[in-house]
Ligand binder design. Sequence first.
Ligand code: BTN
Length: 260
Amino acid sequence: MNKLKFNTNFFGKEVLYFDEIDSTNNEIKRQGNIGAVHGLVAIAERQTAGRGRLGRSWSSPDGDGIWMSFLLRPKIKPNAASMLTLIIALAVRKALYEVSGLDTLIKWPNDIVVNGKKLCGILTEMSTTTNDINYVAAGVGINVNTEKFPKEINNTATSIRIECGRQILRETLIEKFGEIFEEYYDEFLRTEDLSIFKEEYNGYLANKDKIVKIMGADEELTGTALGINEQGELLVRDSNNQLYVIRSGEVSVRGIYGYV
Ligand code: BTN
């Protein structure tokens, strides 16, 4: 990857480039623990232990995608941090649109999807002291130029290359993401909730008004996804008209007919 040139205030002011690493999220956590700066970015050509949410692995083949994490030190309450994931999803969505013209949707809380398949996943992890956030390690994986996926994910994964029929420069997308993310991030810090983004997010919500299955560690719920509230939680109404508020932590969401 060529050296990145960011037109930003903090994002990517320092960048660590790796040919190979276990996981860029792991690297950002290591850096976070030794006092690295807000906005530090780590990027790898391939990850040997790429991780997804809920302990899943993340396929990160050589040079085909954006495997990137960044360090944030937001001065917000720890329970507001999960909303950052939704903000990152909005920023990825917009950057993708501006750079490739692809009009993607968001599968709550943080997958970017197009034509019912996943193009990007986001993993945010947090280190806290008693009442404060020490740092957030935010990881973004975008399938950019992948042409073939391993068969386990072939039916649910896609790439920009597959959807647009052309290659795009990873550097351009990352630089655009940095700029757009900073705008969203600064706005978010003003309210520490999603009140100003709720409508926009719901407008892109792939599951909106669709029947979804919410799978928790030991419970399952089927109902209609109504949209998010100002805390970024998903509102779901079941067939008995009972309203549920779903927190993103440990649940996975599926459409009843497929992945979205
Ligand atoms: C998910 O969809 O469950 C989240 C996937 C997040 C993948 C990215 S790739 C860069 C960063 N490093 C990791 O190990 N994971 C994230």
